[in-house]
Ligand binder design. Structure first.
Ligand code: SF4
Length: 262
């Protein structure tokens, strides 16, 4: 049975997207196939709050220092024990808290397999499962078994402002699978979430929305601090109004500014 390689786990609220405001147990897995804003750098040396993004990027991944190595590796039963010890099973099963599976990139094949094993065990132990949201960069195809464990997908395709080449960040095969959830009535709900700062980003989002015929589009203002959001949030709202898309804030930044894991 695969083990969960976890960078951090914490109980908070979902701060972004259509379920914003919902209490949630965050499971942040270790590792990502991308390194937004730090392409080509040694990740061990990246400090997202101090460093500038690399040339060609306008922002830097705010959790890179958390997910670059696992804090702990758990068997399925060990992770259930950990959730019990922290008192979060009650939140998940009796108080409708969500699981938010995030990263790093939770759809890396090893994470999909480990999460599937964990959720199957969770159901065997408790006879039910909580609502599961996955946050993904949309570069991997989901396995059918993994999909069975998921209720909602927040897919945040990366733009050129991440510093990544289009070939690294846009994978038509993976997007093709996600389009099915976007465009059909499916038990799995779905949103495309784009982080935007200015007009260039919006033009790029527009090209992707047109090319892939995207329906559930949500804009999120770029920014890692309240100060930065003050500038980008009103602009993102204007873009959303113009194009007929939705907008999401970043509640955790509004509440805690630059702190992560809260
Ligand atoms: S895809 Fe997400 S987790 Fe990975 S580097 Fe980019 S922002 Fe960070």
């Amino acid at each position: 049975m695969s083990k969960l390689s976890i960078a951090e786990t914490f109980f908070s609220i979902q701060g972004e997207g259509r379920h914003s405001g919902t209490p949630a147990v965050f499971v942040r897995v270790a590792g990502c196939n991308l390194s937004c804003g730090a392409v080509g750098r040694d990740l061990a040396e990246v400090n997202p709050t101090e460093d500038d993004p690399v040339e060609g990027a306008s922002w830097i991944c705010d959790t890179i220092d958390v997910w670059r190595q696992p804090d702990n590796v758990y068997s399925t039963d060990e992770f259930i024990d950990e959730l019990r010890a922290r008192g979060w099973i009650e939140n998940l099963l009796e108080k409708d808290a969500h699981f938010v599976l995030t990263g790093g990139e939770p759809t890396l094949p090893n994470h999909q397999e480990a999460w599937t094993d964990f959720m199957n065990r969770f159901e065997a132990v408790f006879g039910e499962t909580p609502f599961v949201e996955v946050e993904t960069n949309g570069t991997f195809v989901f396995t059918n078994d993994f999909l069975e464990t998921v209720d909602h997908v927040n897919c945040s395709l990366k733009l050129s402002n991440s510093g990544h080449s289009i070939d690294d960040r846009i994978k038509p095969e993976a997007i093709g699978q996600l389009q099915i959830f976007d465009q059909t009535q499916s038990p799995v709900t779905f949103d495309w979430k784009f982080v935007v700062a200015g007009q260039d980003d919006i033009e790029e989002v527009n090209d992707l929305v047109t090319s892939f015929n995207m329906e559930n589009v949500i804009l999120m203002p770029a920014g890692l601090s309240r100060e930065q959001l003050k500038e980008t949030y009103p602009r993102a709202i204007e873009f959303a109004k113009e194009r007929g898309w939705k907008i999401t804030g970043r509640e955790h930044i509004t509440a805690w500014d630059k702190q992560t894991g809260v």
